[in-house]
Design a protein. Structure first.
Length: 44
C-alpha cells in the first residue's frame, strides 16, 4: 500500500442514484476510500 492510499481520507456516499453513483466513481478514481449505502442492494 502506498503512502497516498494509507493517508487517503474516507468518504461515505448515501444513495446510489444517478448523482450518488457518479460522485462515488469520481471519488474512487481520485484515490479516496469510499463506503456506500443504498436502500436496495441491486446498486451496491
Amino acid at each position: 500500500m502506498s503512502d497516498q492510499q494509507a493517508s487517503a481520507p474516507g468518504v461515505s456516499v448515501i444513495g446510489l442514484g444517478a448523482m450518488g453513483s457518479g460522485i462515488a466513481h469520481t471519488l474512487i478514481e481520485g484515490g479516496f476510500t469510499v463506503s456506500v449505502w443504498n436502500r436496495s442492494r441491486t446498486k451496491v
